[in-house]
Design a protein around this ligand. Structure first.
Ligand code: NCD
Length: 319
């Protein structure tokens, strides 16, 4: 069964198929007359189960399902509006929902929740974010956006900025960029991780890169030198909700402010550089950047619809 639990759930060959299909869907735009029949028959119902807040991920999954002719059921506040409040376990709930729906999209605050759900589900489970763990479908749409901007370039330099300890989108995308493959989708030469010491990227990511031909650096300061040497600047907000006491003290202070991508800083970046952000943003990405042609975060979010349509078709074994 085609679950999507982490960045490893799809091989580069799978992603190639999905991205080719995504490009076709994006070119067609929102054309219900051509896309409504894509599921032709079963599976048809998506259950969207969200234990944590979401705008883009939930609505783009639901819109994607409706636009390819499927139907959607679900709860956007599973902790309060489902039997979880009566003490039902995630596993019991998933077992039951799998009898009602053909695909389950799950966002949960516990790391490993999607994997546990998949272990008891008789229908595909898609991880829409599990705590500080992973957010694979965001990474796929991020990679799609990078490839769209740099279809052929060798040796891309990627800079991640912000809360790299708890930012699950960074974890999944870094995994995708670093992993070894005989069919690489993207050529990355350097990854720079910029964050304060308390929110550094877990060391396993640096170890993973060491085994590949990818150099890494870890910086505490976001300087003009950093933007000058970046093809992709991927900024993120502080994940305050996940911080412990001491971390809260740091992040409530000036974390986002300290890692702000100011127009001045962006001024040092090459013209072809792109600025990405999974959104929602806080002070780290001021609205003044929106008018800069290098800003790609709204297009990145828009790509989510097309990538998720293709992912839904992939788990349904239609592509
Ligand atoms: C991200 C998430 O939920 O991890 N949002 C998203 O899905 N686009 C990033 C975040 O919430 O900071």
């Amino acid at each position: 069964m085609r679950h999507i639990i982490n960045a490893e759930s799809l091989s580069n060959a799978d992603l190639e198929t999905i991205f080719t299909y995504t490009r076709k869907l994006k070119k067609e735009g929102v054309k219900p007359e051509t896309q409504l029949g894509l599921l032709n028959g079963r599976p048809r119902i998506l259950a969207s189960i969200f234990y944590e807040e979401s705008t883009r991920t939930r609505l783009s999954f639901e819109a994607a399902m409706l636009r390819i002719g499927g139907e959607v059921i679900g709860t956007e506040n599973a902790r309060q509006f489902s039997s979880v409040l009566k003490g039902e376990t995630l596993e019991d709930m998933i077992r039951v929902i799998a009898e009602y729906a053909d695909i389950i999209v799950l966002r949960h605050d516990g790391e490993g929740a999607a994997e546990n759900a998949a272990s008891v589900s008789r229908v595909p489970v898609i991880n829409a974010g599990d705590g500080s763990g992973e957010h694979p479908t965001q990474a796929f749409l991020d990679l799609f956006t990078i490839l769209d901007a740099f279809p052929k370039q060798d040796g891309l330099r990627i800079t991640f900025v912000g809360d790299l300890k708890y930012g699950r989108t960074v974890h999944s995308l870094a995994r995708l960029l670093i992993r070894p493959s005989s069919t690489p989708l993207v050529s990355v030469s350097h990854i720079n991780f910029v964050s304060p010491p308390a929110f550094q990227i877990p060391s396993e990511y640096l170890d993973m890169a060491m085994g590949q031909e990818i150099s890494t650096s870890v910086c505490e300061e976001f300087t003009p030198e950093v933007t000058r040497r970046s093809d992709v600047i991927y900024t993120t907000r502080p994940q305050i909700k996940r911080h412990n006491g001491e971390e809260k003290r740091i992040s409530n202070g000036s974390l986002a402010e300290q890692y702000k991508l100011t127009p001045e800083l962006l001024g040092h970046a090459p013209e072809a550089t792109i600025v990405m952000h999974p959104l929602p943003r806080t002070e780290e990405l001021p609205v003044e950047i929106d008018a800069d042609p290098r800003a790609r975060y709204f297009e990145q979010a828009a790509n989510g619809l097309y990538v998720r349509k293709a992912l839904l078709l992939w788990v349904s074994e239609k592509i």
